[in-house]
Design a protein around this ligand. Structure first.
Ligand SMILES: NC(=O)c1ccc[n+]([C@@H]2O[C@H](COP(=O)([O-])OP(=O)(O)OC[C@H]3O[C@@H](n4cnc5c(N)ncnc54)[C@H](O)[C@@H]3O)[C@@H](O)[C@H]2O)c1
Length: 244
């Protein structure tokens, strides 16, 4: 299937677990893709735009850089993210700044720059990666959950505000995904990632946690014409597992 033939996409967090799967899928379906992450040297793509999303000038300029490199910008996937653990009483100023900076401010800046480019071209699609933990409270990750709720809310608002410009803004909200974010978290806490992920899978009604491709498929759907009437939707992808 070549749903994205002739389309140009920008994907942030492209070197991570879910981001790499999104890039592979878009390219396999005919898109040309610009990849953004701190280090994109190992990612096969049509344009490489490395940088730090905590740098406001970099985030502001990314959509124009992608447009210049690809000759168009039809799709933006705000996927980069960081997770910080703990209740607010264990949250350092640095965790607050990091979480807000990467998970909220950077996608805000990227959307603010991308929307006029897309509007001038007659439309486009933006998919933000929120989390089930952004639509429902998750235990012991207060600031992470808040940032994912913020991007979920921004998605709903932008989905309404820019539909008249033929720009569809939606979000995917995964529960646990087998990615470096989850695996390094287990390793840091002294667990073997494979064992921990197998155990976690038993808590999911479908019998396993998500693989990055399970999320990439839904991102691709939301970016495709099959989702042409969806604006501001938050799509949970959770294998039947509630948050808690
Ligand atoms: N893994 C999960 O269980 C899970 C669940 C729900 C939502 N999510 C969300 O999915 C998205 C992708 O996460 P993942 O699981 O693939 O994690 P990951 O850690 O594998 O990938 C995240 C990527 O974001 C990049 N990134 C982080 N800070 C950056 C910065 N300052 N500048 C540029 N790039 C930066 C990282 O380098 C990394 O490649 C995130 O938004 C995450 O919150 C993940």
């Amino acid at each position: 299937m070549e749903r994205f033939r002739g389309k140009a996409a920008l994907v942030t967090g492209a070197a991570g677990g879910i981001g790499a799967a999104i890039v592979r899928q878009f390219r396999a379906e005919g898109a040309i893709v610009a990849v953004a992450d701190r280090d994109v040297s190992g990612v096969e793509a049509d344009a490489h735009l490395p940088g730090d999303l905590l740098d406001p000038a970099y985030a502001d300029a990314l959509p124009t850089a992608a447009f210049d490199a690809l000759g168009a910008l039809d799709i933006v996937i705000n996927n980069a993210g960081v997770i910080t653990r703990g209740p607010v009483t264990a949250t350092a100023d640095s965790d607050w700044a990091l979480s807000l900076g990467v998970n909220v401010e950077a996608p805000f800046r990227i959307c603010r720059s991308a929307i006029p480019i897309m509007a001038a071209a007659g439309g486009g699609a933006i998919v933000n990666v929120s989390s089930c933990w952004g639509v429902r409270p998750g235990p012991n990750h207060a600031v992470y959950c808040m940032t994912k709720a913020a991007i979920a809310s921004l998605t709903q608002c932008m989905g309404m505000d820019h539909a008249h410009e033929n720009i569809r803004v939606n979000a995917v909200c995964p529960n646990e995904v087998n990615s470096p974010m989850l695996r390094t978290g287990f390793a840091r806490r002294g667990f073997d990632p494979d064992t921990a992920i197998a155990e976690l899978g038993k808590t999911v009604p479908l019998g396993r946690i998500a693989e990055p491709e399970d999320i990439a498929d839904v991102v691709a759907f939301l970016a495709s014409d099959a989702a042409r009437y969806m604006c501001g939707s938050l799509v949970e992808v959770n294998g039947g597992k509630p948050v808690g």
